[in-house]
Design a protein around this ligand. Structure first.
Ligand SMILES: Nc1ncnc2c1ncn2[C@@H]1O[C@H](COP(=O)(O)OP(=O)(O)OP(=O)(O)O)[C@@H](O)[C@H]1O
Ligand SMILES: [Mg+2]
Length: 289
């Protein structure tokens, strides 16, 4: 390498370190993404390479490698214990891998950030169980997420700008809860709570959304509407959806998108749903049961 290149490499690294240091010190929970922090020049939103996680010697992830493009909607399927949730735990900083690389955009090394900072730079996660503030109204729940960097009390007394109100109205329509805005969240159906939680994530405008079994416990109609919602979000956000419900996965992939099959902590197969469904190894470990 020429001295010039070495110097520019060192400069880039120093700039990166400064940016990460700023994130590490200033990053409050749910802090919105500041322009220019994450760079998506290569069309890649999320990159995992050779990620391994062991629990007492058992490899929950075993050299897992995966790339999600900007705006892509990717479904991840696989048997119980395949490592799907563990993968999300690693991306969001809840679990530290033993080895491997996880990066966001082309410039953020997620393994150097803590959980709240990862949420703050635009990675939203939906757990299986909805976690909304039950005593508050639907509107208040959304309002809180929009202003998650203030405390709960401060947020409720802080007035929304006209633009923020418009944004919340828009979100309410998107998540099919417009008529429920003044209702107490605790009174919503299970499916509606799931939508509210998705709305709360969207209020923070994440670049990447991780959704772990989002339609578990939903009625067929709620499941269909959730598929519609995710298809609307595709392109504007990158989505990683883990699901066992194959008709839901089929609706999301629309016969043309790739799905990834995980098994024993690594990728067993990747391709169109019809292709992986016909794959003997996949049938044996998962679909044939
Ligand atoms: N904190 C932990 N300590 C010990 N073992 C764990 C821990 N978390 C996960 N595991 C194990 O790692 C493996 C992968 O679990 P994981 O929850 O990621 O699977 P999954 O693909 O999400 O399965 P499911 O479809 O049932 O949700 C399982 O064998 C699980 O028991
Ligand atoms: Mg799981």
């Amino acid at each position: 390498m020429t001295p010039d290149l070495m110097e520019s490499g060192a400069r880039a690294r120093a700039a990166y370190d400064t940016r990460i240091a700023a994130l590490t010190q200033g990053g409050g929970f749910g802090r919105p993404v500041a322009d220019g922090e994450v760079v998506f020049t290569q069309g890649v939103a999320l990159y995992l390479d050779a990620v391994t996680v062991s629990f007492d010697g058992f490899k929950a992830l075993n050299a897992l490698s995966l790339t999600i493009d900007v705006g892509e909607l990717r479904c991840i399927i696989g048997p119980n214990g395949a490592g799907k949730t563990t993968m999300m735990d690693c991306i969001t900083g809840k679990t530290r891998p033993d080895s491997g690389t996880i990066s966001f955009g082309s410039n953020i090394d997620l393994l150097r950030l803590k959980e709240p900072q990862i949420a703050g730079i635009g990675i939203g996660r939906k757990f299986q169980k909805p976690t909304v503030y039950e005593p508050l109204t639907v509107w208040q729940n959304l309002e809180l997420s929009l202003k998650a960097d203030r405390g709960v009390a401060a947020s409720l007394f802080h007035r929304l700008s006209g633009e923020q109100r418009d944004r919340l109205e828009e979100l309410l329509v998107l998540i099919h809860l417009k008529d429920e805005a003044p209702r107490t969240a605790g009174l919503l159906s299970h499916g509606q709570k799931q939508w509210l939680e998705i709305g709360m994530l969207l209020a923070q405008d994440p670049k990447l959304l991780l959704l772990d079994e989002p339609v578990a416990g939903m009625t067929d109609e709620e499941t269909e509407r959730t598929a519609e919602l995710f298809l609307t979000l595709e392109g504007r956000h990158s989505l990683v959806v883990v699901e066992h419900d194959m008709s839901f996965v089929a609706a999301l992939t629309e016969g043309r998108k790739k799905v990834t099959v995980l098994h024993e902590g690594s990728v067993l197969a990747e391709g169109l749903l019809a292709e992986v469904q016909a794959n003997e190894k996949v049938v044996e470990v998962y679909l044939g049961r």
